[in-house]
Unconditional design. Sequence first.
Lengths: 193, 193
Amino acid sequence: MTIETLNRKDQINQVAQNLFRERGYAATSMRDLAKAIGIEAASLYSHIKSKEELLQNICFRIANEFFDEYDRVQNGTTDPKLRFRHAVTAHTRVVASNLDASSVFFNEWRHLNEPSLTEFKKQRADYEERFKALLKEGIETGVFRQVQVSFAMRLVFSTLNGIPTWYRPDGALSPDQIAEQIADFLLEGLLNK
Amino acid sequence: MTIETLNRKDQINQVAQNLFRERGYAATSMRDLAKAIGIEAASLYSHIKSKEELLQNICFRIANEFFDEYDRVQNGTTDPKLRFRHAVTAHTRVVASNLDASSVFFNEWRHLNEPSLTEFKKQRADYEERFKALLKEGIETGVFRQVQVSFAMRLVFSTLNGIPTWYRPDGALSPDQIAEQIADFLLEGLLNK
DNA sequence: CCTACCGATCGGTAGG
DNA sequence: CCTACCGATCGGTAGG
């Protein structure tokens, strides 16, 4: 594999991320993708195997980033409040640094075929369990209120996974800044107490 | 228009809501829809004008429900904290009572064509402004913390609009119960203070 | 990376 | 509500 085809392959993946996010996977044709790159649709298949392979690459790459970043920030931290805060900022960092790909991860995974679909759901459930464990830890140590763990986990992820719907990297807030503010919001709420 | 075709039309709209939610608008064919009902695809067009008309009906019906329910609960309330709480519970009630349709409203609106697309965005922006006004009111009266209004509004809607991803009506919590708990979560946060 | 092409499927219409 | 059908477009392959 030459350097030229490697670069072209990266370009295909990047443009696919953007189109899948903007129009949705099903509404994006391979001809749309080829046109955005400037080649013929048939030429795409010199670099990739199928349309679904593009979706798989996006979904599992982001899944890996979530796990890697989580492990990185949890390493050595024991304080429940800080552990939760680090998990939130790690997740936010991955989302804010991969807006196209994370949007596809959140919204287009249902178009995966088996066995990828089952594997995807499994990894997502494993990741969610990590956040549930953090919430449980915080409640048992009295740091968090007596919330229902599964319910709180869903609300936390709703907040975090909604980031691509409004965050613009050219805006006033950097990824680290929104990560801090989202953590504050989840921990403190809106009330002035 | 006979009673039979009216019922059939309602049935088409209801099944379309469900399929558009489960598979996405673009990935749902008119043949899928017809098959789920038990008629031929061509027969759908005795009751509806086009596939997009189905999407328009869903999106604008839900938009109207959001406005109507908001107006209903705000009527007469002046306390900032209560006004916000009522807005959250009203929104949650509409979502939890229309899980299929509200999912389509949140995720499939981009498939609307002009001029519906512009009209949809306008109505959504108007609705969001109402929540921003409530947040601003709460901050100015010292009830809420000094959060950035636009940012807080986005986080609130992320939480509320994520409901269809996890809420199951056959679960332990009723729509009114989750509405209360979500309002608590948004106001109080996670910390045990 | 292209031209040429494949069978399948799409939203929708004509006519009854 | 059906049969029969339309032109357009889909993901992908053969062969160079």
